[in-house]
Design a protein around this ligand. Structure first.
Ligand code: GLN
Ligand code: ZN
Length: 776
């Protein structure tokens, strides 16, 4: 090892390309416009660029096999032959068509624009779910009890050799076998995927042998489940797996890689494993440093994940150096390496692309490319001493000091309002039962009122008008007129089919978080800072950099316009504070809960203004409340406490007669039902149609008193449900809830659907309500 630097590791680099090259290539290929060879060529170019970039930035442990056409968990499933029979695999190589069939189904797909992602309508794609507590989604592998695993593709070897041919020695990344099985789903669910471990290990052993033959010395084996609560059996699985690997591939060094949280009670089990190195996340869990440094053996390499791979802030390099210097001198330079906390997959690629970003803010940020530079500085500083990197350290310290004292960050008015929050601001005036009586007199709705969740189809006309307006080719006035026409048509149509509570349709919104972020102070938006959400779908999360406030009403004008068109009540439509928080890059200088409280006050202002304007029903969506749950169970309650508090804070500024609705996307409710009840929304709509109303059991068992709109049809599918299907579902709902509690609505917003699907479906839904009223 060179004296110039400690080993410096990147655990993975974004695969999407600086200019989203991968997305465009994939979508071109899927639509038949791009040949497979061209797709392969684009991918190869991206890999080469990423390797060269990381090398040039001073990374000495450069990852390979972090590239994926769609998802690294899917890659692993394909690699080990976990390919369900439905895909008609012949047992040979896994062609791209088969791989994409698992990812997207074989006849097109309809991913919803719903925050959490789905693949629907009977297309045999694998299920998709969130990767730990990130906003990245992976494909859930399926395994059967008689599963046969085989090394089917040798992508890790091929990519290692590809880099080698370019003169770059890489450290291949593979998803570890225990995490792979823990994330997999048993089909049928009569056994535990982890029972298959003994069958899976030989595949990994063969892979390791082949990597060693190809010339690899280190392999990064990701086992992020080590940051979760594990059973004894699961911990034992690590022992079985890694002792086996030590025997099967004795020459190969494994860097057992953990991230997204502390090892905590898994540390002693991990420390006993015969692996050559251990990587820990010191951005999420800085406090584990001492315990880990003690537990790791002297002959092991400790990889210190100090640069935050999950957020976009510039690091305080000088203080990181101070913290690490004693560890390095105690262990010796040969037993330490410096790394990002996790793969850089979760951050945008390059800050330099952001020409329009506020100049001060820009100096406070570091995207993936800048983070590589930070890592290199640390490696050099720790090997050669601080003086060698003095200028870079000083620049970083200065930027951090400027950020800490910037008036762009701290707003005394917001601070004052936060200090003034009291208990009365978090409680409605009267309890639900009293509110219900006042509301039903004021709003006058039939039994089983019908409504929708908010958005109507974002047609290509709507998207075209928005982008023309953004480009400046459609004037503000013309864009407004266009949106008013869309809204009016939607209102007229809802009246015509007889819905009871109308929505304005959300045609003016690009996205349920961005639309609000753009109107709030303390938020910044980027032009090119894309992050992979799943497959070829990337998002640009807002950056919350300062105290949040709402300078002006955000939605009141649209609500007023819509209500002026009709005598039926129109719901005000807002996104809740927890959801805005969970789908943004958040500040690291104050607690998440503190930012959430500020957003809650801003939304509260909007709720109050909507009420003043005359809105009698106001919906505050909390789609991401459940997905924000921490990874460790013991952290759930503190999170739920402040999340619920923030919802109440934003919802409690109104009179008893104003009906507060909320909406939550597909969630389990059993384990959080008391928090849901504590939100005290007058009406909650939830996704239930695919669970056959079983999700309502949690509400029944809890004797949940408020009103509920269980979704009666799956909006992720283009299929138009029959009246009968919905009345059947509603009978199941009536077995679990009282009639006076029930609302009738679809599962979620309709923005990803077409009008041809939405129209007959809602006509049928209204008919189902009428039928129910007849028999009830
Ligand atoms: N009001 C939003 C819509 O209808 C809610 C979407 C969501 O919660 N995911 O699109
Ligand atoms: Zn939803």
């Amino acid at each position: 090892m060179s004296k110039q630097t400690l080993p410096v590791a990147s655990l993975g680099f974004p695969r999407i390309g600086r200019h989203r090259e991968l997305k465009f290539a994939l979508e071109g290929f899927w639509s038949g416009k791009l040949a497979e060879t061209d797709l392969l060529e684009t991918a190869k170019k991206l890999r080469a660029e990423n390797w060269a970039l990381q090398r040039d930035q001073g990374i000495t442990r450069i990852p390979s096999n972090d590239f994926s056409f769609y998802d690294h968990v899917l890659d692993t499933a394909a690699m080990v032959g976990a390919i369900p029979a439905a895909y008609g695999w012949d047992g040979g190589d896994v062609p791209l068509s088969l791989y994409f069939a698992m990812a997207r189904g074989s006849q097109g797909d309809g991913p919803a624009d719903c925050g959490h992602a789905h693949h629907g309508h009977g297309v045999p794609a694998l299920e998709m779910t969130k990767w730990f507590d990130t906003n990245y989604h992976y494909m859930v592998p399926e395994v059967s009890e008689d599963q046969v695993f085989r090394l089917t593709t040798q992508k890790p070897v091929a990519h290692f050799l590809e880099a080698k041919a370019l003169g770059i020695h890489t450290r291949p990344v593979v998803l570890g076998p225990v995490t792979f099985l823990k994330l997999a789903k048993a089909r049928p669910s009569t056994f535990k995927p982890l029972d298959l471990l003994a069958k899976l290990l030989p595949v990994y052993e063969e892979l390791f042998r082949r990597l060693a033959e190809a010339g690899a010395d280190w392999v990064q084996v990701d086992e992020p489940i080590l940051a979760l609560d594990l059973t004894e059996g699961e911990r034992h699985a690590f022992k079985v797996a890694y002792e086996g690997f030590a025997r099967a591939a004795p020459g190969l060094k494994l860097m057992l890689t953990t991230y997204f949280g502390a090892l905590a009670d898994n540390l002693s089990a991990v420390a006993a494993l015969p692996v050559a190195g251990l990587h820990v996340d010191l951005a999420r869990a800085p406090d584990q440093l001492d315990a880990v440094a003690q537990a790791v053996r002297a002959d092991q390499v400790l990889s210190l994940g100090v640069i935050d791979g999950r957020n976009i802030w510039r690091a305080d390099l000088a203080s990181i150096l101070d913290r690490l210097a004693p560890v390095v001198s105690a262990r010796g330079a040969g037993a330490v390496e410096i790394a990002a906390s996790c793969s850089l997959l979760h951050v945008p690629i390059d800050l330099d692309l952001e020409a329009a970003l506020d100049a001060d803010l820009k100096t406070w940020l570091a995207f993936a490319t800048q983070k590589l530079g930070e890592l290199a500085t640390l490696g050099k500083g720790l090997a050669q001493g601080r003086e060698a990197v003095r200028q870079t350290l000083d620049d970083a310290s200065q930027a951090i000091a400027a950020r800490a004292t910037s008036p762009k960050v701290t707003d005394p008015l917001v601070q004052g309002r936060i200090a003034g929050i009291d208990a009365s601001m978090k409680t409605r005036t009267s309890a639900f039962e009293a509110r219900r009586r006042i509301q039903s007199a004021a709003i006058r709705l039939p039994l089983f009122p019908t409504t929708t969740i908010g958005s109507f189809p974002q047609t290509s006309d709507v998207r075209k008008a928005r982008s023309a307006h953004a480009k400046g080719t459609l004037s503000y006035a013309d864009y407004e007129t266009f949106l008013q026409k869309e809204t009016e048509t939607a209102i007229r149509w809802q009246e015509e089919i007889g819905l009871d509570v109308l929505v304005h349709g959300e045609f003016e919104r690009n996205d349920m978080v961005q639309y609000f972020g753009e109107q709030l102070s303390g938020f910044a938006f980027t032009q090119h800072a894309w992050v992979q959400s799943y497959g070829s779908r990337y998002v640009r999360p807002p950056i919350i950099f300062g105290d949040v406030s709402r300078p002006n009403p955000m939605t009141v004008r649209w609500w007023q316009y819509s209500q002026s068109l009709t005598d039926k009540p129109v719901k005000g439509m807002l996104t809740g504070p927890v959801t805005i928080l969970n789908w943004s890059f958040v500040r690291d200088d104050i607690a998440r809960s503190a930012t959430c409280r500020q957003i809650a006050l801003a939304i509260r202002d909007e709720v109050v203004d909507l009420e003043k304007a005359g809105a009698k029903l106001i919906q505050i969506d909390e789609a991401a409340l459940r997905e924000g749950l921490p990874l460790r169970h013991e952290d759930w309650q503190p999170y739920l406490d402040w999340a619920v508090e923030c919802f109440r804070l934003c919802a409690s500024g109104v009179a008893d007669g104003t009906q507060i609705h909320t909406h939550m996307c597909y969630s389990e409710f059993n384990d959080i039902i008391s928090a849901i009840a504590a939100m005290d929304a007058d009406v909650i709509s939830i996704e239930t149609s695919r669970s056959k109303m079983e999700l309502l059991d949690a509400f029944r068992n809890f004797e949940y008193p408020n009103e509920i709109g269980p979704g009666v049809y799956d909006i992720h599918s283009p299929r138009v449900p029959e009246v009968r299907e919905m009345t059947d579902l509603l009978s199941l709902a009536r077995e679990r809830l009282q009639d006076r509690q029930l609302w009738i609505n679809p599962d979620c917003g309709l923005k990803t659907r077409k009008w041809e699907e939405v129209k007959p479906a809602l006509v049928n839904m209204v008919a189902a309500a009428a039928e129910l009223r007849r028999v009830a």
